[in-house]
Design a protein around this ligand. Structure first.
Ligand code: IVH
Length: 719
């Protein structure tokens, strides 16, 4: 889960605030005995969460919930101070280190930061410091502001200028020895320049960038195990027992603090970081020196606004007093310094209940699962819906209706369901069964086999193209487009408007528009900018298209994968609509697929898509209605002989000056040539115009004949 590794300070954020307040309210009324029992229970629960979070990189509750638990524990301790012990979670940080790694005792403990959630907390922080130092009101107090990186903290110890140990934070006193792994991180120097103190401990954050995280997960997806977020990926990669694995993971580092130093080479926080930068450590470029509360708040707001574009996760900003002598005077309170504070962004993850999984049908027929959630505030916004991506994602995450789920929101992206909290699964929750029929129209919804990979497509699609209300506008727009029915005056805008008015729902409706009742026509004429003349013109344009070639007709149906070339191939193979119709509907689906598949230029996926279309009764009925209005004309098979390009595969590339690409293609096909979009060994001829690039280069490499536009026209006798 995307969550800061710094877990809680006793203050709760956002959604959990009310719950947390309630959680602490009754504490004063507890008997000593009940308080002790509650204290023990909370301690155990928090420790369990700490182990899952810090050691296993697999937390099960949101930050807000964790904060609420800590707040309740702190409230109990405030009411019953005798319950505070040195090993209470309020006095310790993180989880004891895993035994899989060697242990390293930190020379200077790795502490945590107190958290501020509201701007008043920041004002209090500054006021507290000024009071503590008795700093004159009129005198500026320099505070450095920097991003709070959401990774995991690391301490790097150099002796005599060489990296000797690298350790995780662990419980703050003892961490895990990850030296061998850290030596594989390119951004971390193995040696320091001459002149650096004898002992130097540089501390900072190991993290993974968004781009590297996405690429890593894509690589890992094949093994079926992916990381939920960059922090988990960074932690999982650093804590590998085999350094070779760490080496293959793109880890990065920002230096922002230090531990033991045999000599202090600077007097301020900012000079220390400048020195680290000079020694070769990456230091965040966004660090800013501020002088007032207003300055730091402005920094916070700017950083939050730019957060999504940084390319790595941050979960807030950190403010630190710049002068090291003042830091020393301010010192520490229990586990955090008085001279620094983390100003956290509102939680971007929360848990809530998955009430239902609904299936939405997109404009192109893709079925998308949407999670309906009990509304919850995530990152300051109420979220009631989130995406579940697709069928496989639901199965992989095993999210079930009734589950408590983790919801994540980052920047402007659609909220996502990260996964279920298995401990809270209600009894009887069943795995989700993805529908195999379209919820919008009842047609079959299928997953195609990708011919390249041989794997099922992740997306299930509705096959009810012509009649599916979810797809109709898109389908109608295609139906009237230039290479299909090409109806003048009936563009995308008009189609959308007529559809919204209920005037056109399916292709046949276009041709029955004129014969419709008065009320419908009035609706049409009432359209803004659509007078009697335009209506008359539209009807005329529609009428001229009542006869259409079989190739255009097949293309217009918008069957998946059937573009112009395939439509033309089909039209030429079958000649008439009747012949095509009989082949598609007069035999078994298997026989129809085999027949199409046998046509050169048509593969199995395409054949199946065409047959699926005709298998749908809805589509056949819509076709009947359409064919009552239009007649489909025969397409002659091209005279393939006698032309010099008959049977050849031709590729046009670059600009053509004497004809459009469409014309050139049509002319070539009439002469019996096959026009391909890309150059391959099968290409016979490349016609290259100005600006031809990679295709021309490839043709030369493959030794394919290349001619220009004039050469082409001469060749086919059109010059
Ligand atoms: S300063 C004595 N600066 O946040 C405290 N910490 O909540 C030294 N973190 O354990 C920490 N970015 O893992 C500091 N710019 C930054 C930080 C940062 C991320 C982490 C760090 C620390 C935790 C404290």
């Amino acid at each position: 889960m995307a969550r800061s590794k710094d877990r809680g300070t006793g203050k709760a954020d956002g959604a959990a605030e009310t719950a947390a307040a309630a959680a602490g309210d009754d504490v004063a009324n507890l008997t000593m005995e009940d308080a002790a029992a509650e204290h023990a229970r909370l301690t155990e629960e928090i420790r369990g969460h700490d182990v899952r979070y810090y050691r296993e990189d697999a937390p099960t509750v949101s930050d807000a919930e964790y904060d609420a638990l800590r707040q309740r524990l702190a409230a109990i301790e405030a009411a019953h101070p005798e319950l505070v012990s040195a090993d209470s979670p309020t006095q310790t940080v993180g989880a004891a280190p895993s035994e899989a790694f060697g242990q390293v005792r930190h020379a200077v403990p790795m502490l945590s930061l107190d958290n501020a959630f509201a701007e008043e907390d920041v004002a209090d922080f500054v006021a507290r410091i000024r009071r503590f130092l008795r700093w004159p009101a009129e005198e500026a107090l320099v505070i450095d502001a920097e991003p709070k990186i959401d990774g995991l903290s690391l301490s790097l110890r150099y002796e005599g200028g060489r990296l000797v140990t690298a350790a995780t934070r662990g419980d703050g006193s003892v961490g895990e020895n990850v030296t061998a792994n850290v030596q594989t991180i390119a951004e971390i120097p193995d040696t320091l320049p001459k002149g650096a103190p004898e002992v130097v401990e540089v501390r900072g954050e190991v993290y993974m960038s968004h781009a590297d995280f996405t690429a890593l997960n894509a690589r890992m997806a094949e093994s079926g195990r992916v990381f939920a977020n960059p922090r988990n990926a960074a932690a999982g990669s650093l804590r590998q027992l085999d350094p070779a694995i760490t080496a293959s993971r793109p880890l990065r580092f920002f230096a922002y603090a230090w531990g033991e130093m045999s000599a202090m080479p600077a007097e301020t926080q900012s000079d220390m970081l400048a020195l680290f930068r000079a020694w070769g450590f990456p230091v965040n470029p966004r660090i800013r020196r501020c002088e007032t509360v207003e300055d730091v708040i402005a920094y916070y707001r700017e950083t939050e606004a730019e957060r999504a574009g940084l390319g790595y996760d941050i979960d807030g900003v950190v403010y630190k007093v710049d002068r090291l002598d003042l830091q020393a005077r301010l010192g520490f309170v229990s586990r955090s310094p008085r001279w620094a504070i983390a100003h956290k962004f509102p939680a971007e993850q929360a848990t809530t209940v998955l009430e239902a999984i609904e299936i939405q049908v997109g404009r192109t027929g893709a079925l998308t699962p949407v999670a309906r959630l009990t509304p919850v505030t995530v990152g300051g916004v109420v979220v009631a819906n989130a995406t579940l991506h697709n069928e496989d994602e639901i199965a992989r995450k095993d999210v079930r209706v009734g589950d408590t789920v983790i919801v994540q929101r980052a920047g402007d992206v659609i909220p996502q369901v990260v996964g279920p909290v298995l401990e809270r699964r209600p009894e009887g929750a069943e795995p989700f069964v993805f529908p195999t029929v379209c919820p919008a129209c009842g047609s079959h919804a299928v997953r195609e086999i990708n011919p390249r990979t041989g794997k099922e497509d992740a997306v299930r699609r509705c096959t009810g193209g012509l009649i599916c209300p979810a797809q109709s506008v898109e389908r109608l727009r295609h139906f009237v487009s230039r290479h299909a029915f090409d109806i003048e005056g009936l563009g995308e805008k008009q189609i959308a408007a007529f559809h919204a008015d209920g005037l056109i729902n399916e292709p046949a409706d276009i041709f029955t528009l004129e014969a419709r009742d008065k009320a419908a026509l009035k609706k049409l004429k009432d359209r803004e900018g659509f007078g009697a003349t335009s209506v008359a013109n539209l009807f005329k344009a529609i009428d001229t298209r009542r006869r259409v070639g079989l190739d255009r007709f097949v293309f217009a149906l918008g069957i998946r994968h059937v573009g112009e070339t395939t439509a033309r191939l089909i039209a030429r193979t079958y000649g008439t609509w009747e012949a095509f119709w009989t082949a598609m509907t007069g035999q078994s689906a298997e026989a129809a697929v085999a027949e199409l598949d046998a046509i050169e230029g048509i593969g199995e996926t395409l054949a199946e898509a065409v047959v699926d279309f005709f298998q749908e009764a809805h589509n056949r009925e819509a076709l009947d209605r359409l064919l009552a209005e239009v007649s489909v004309e025969k397409v002659e098979a091209p005279k393939a002989t006698g032309s010099p390009v008959a049977g050849k595969t031709v590729v046009f590339t670059g600009a053509l000056e004497k004809m459009t690409r469409d014309e050139a293609k049509a002319r070539a096909e009439t002469l019996g040539a096959k026009v391909a979009g890309s150059v391959s060994k099968k290409t016979d001829l490349v016609v290259a115009g100005p600006g031809a690039g990679s295709k021309l280069k490839l043709a030369a490499e493959l030794g394919i004949e290349v001619i220009d536009e004039d050469g082409w026209l001469t060749l086919i006798g059109d010059a």
